[in-house]
Design a protein around this ligand. Structure first.
Ligand code: MN
Ligand code: MN
Length: 316
């Protein structure tokens, strides 16, 4: 039976997890890339989920609205993508799992809530693509992933290293969680790399930094090559803080820093990561209230789509 050429509300009525059916970009229930909204994990290769936390920010809040903005921006990605020549959902069964329930009024519950949300997804064997939320969400997400994979290589795109010292166990801080994650043994710093950094810290916790200046001097292909050398085939967690991009490309974020990557540079670097063994991914720090013309949400949705294409290219 031929599928209808045009459908509405694919998030609810998608006939198959894989493949593409056209839905008007301006209408319908929003799910990430028009994937089926479901908590049924059986058969899913990739699980997209929102982690709408924003009480760990040091400057402008608002990233709790990031997942909704990225879903809205992803409506234009329900098709084959350039320059890949395929759509990731031709080769991967991708679902939208909805959002993690977070009680912002009880901060002490946040870490456990996110770990409990992530654990069944990670343990199912699916690859998790999380949409933040401020960058602190990566700390509980790393906990859930390290339970399965052990200490992870991180490939970390950011203006900030997020390894500033913090020995308070209860703190929720989007600038210190990788300090904690190294100390907790969730990250193997010798296999990890940070890209696009342009803020100073006296101690990067043993993680190699490819600063924004290094990216601009050497170019995206050299950056991808260096990442591949550092990470090798170690299980890798890919975390993309949207403020890695210059504020010209991503104004809608909590702590913007000039001098960053262009969208094109970041896309080219991501496309060079196909050889990696990626076990988890996130895109964080989209704060729509500071955005203009949805520039930031669009860039974030495209970065997430590039990550899915990397996975798809590994499996096709
Ligand atoms: Mn960050
Ligand atoms: Mn940042």
């Amino acid at each position: 039976m031929n599928e209808p050429r045009l459908q509405a509300d694919l998030a609810l009525h998608r006939p198959e997890l894989r493949g593409y059916v056209h839905e008007p970009a301006y209408a319908g229930v929003l799910s990430f890339m028009r994937r089926r909204y479901t908590r049924e994990l059986a058969g899913a290769d990739v699980v997209v989920t929102g982690i709408p936390l924003d009480i760990a920010t040091t400057f402008r809040p608002g990233a709790r609205l990031g997942p909704a903005a990225m879903r809205a921006a992803s409506v234009q990605l329900n098709e084959k993508l350039h320059p890949w020549g395929f759509g990731p959902c031709e080769h991967l069964s991708v679902i939208d799992y909805g959002d993690c329930a977070i009680d912002h009024h009880r901060p002490s519950t946040v870490v456990d809530s996110i770990v409990a949300h992530a654990r069944p997804i990670v343990q199912s064997g699916a690859t998790m693509l999380s949409l933040g939320g401020d960058h602190f969400v990566t700390y509980p997400l790393l906990k859930a992933h390290a339970e399965k994979h052990g200490p992870l290589a991180i490939v970390h795109f950011d203006a900030h290293c997020d390894t500033w010292p913090d020995d308070a166990p209860e703190s929720l801080n989007h600038g210190t969680m990788f300090y904690k994650a190294v100390k907790d043994g969730l990250i193997d710093p010798t296999r990890s790399v940070q890209v696009g950094i342009r803020t100073w810290n006296d101690d990067f916790m043993g993680i190699e930094v490819l600063g924004a200046d290094w990216v601009h001097e050497h170019g995206p292909k050299a950056v991808a090559e260096r990442i591949r050398q550092i990470v090798g085939q170690h299980p890798a967690y890919l975390t993309f803080d949207i403020d890695c991009l210059d504020p010209a490309y991503a104004p809608g974020t909590g702590t913007p820093v000039p001098g960053g990557l262009t969208s094109a540079q970041a896309q080219q670097i991501l496309r060079g990561l196909v050889p990696l063994k990626i076990v988890g991914m996130d895109v964080v720090e989209v704060a729509p209230a500071y955005d203009h013309a949805e520039i930031t949400a669009l860039a974030a949705a495209h970065m997430a789509a590039e990550m899915l294409c990397v996975l798809a290219a590994q499996r096709r």
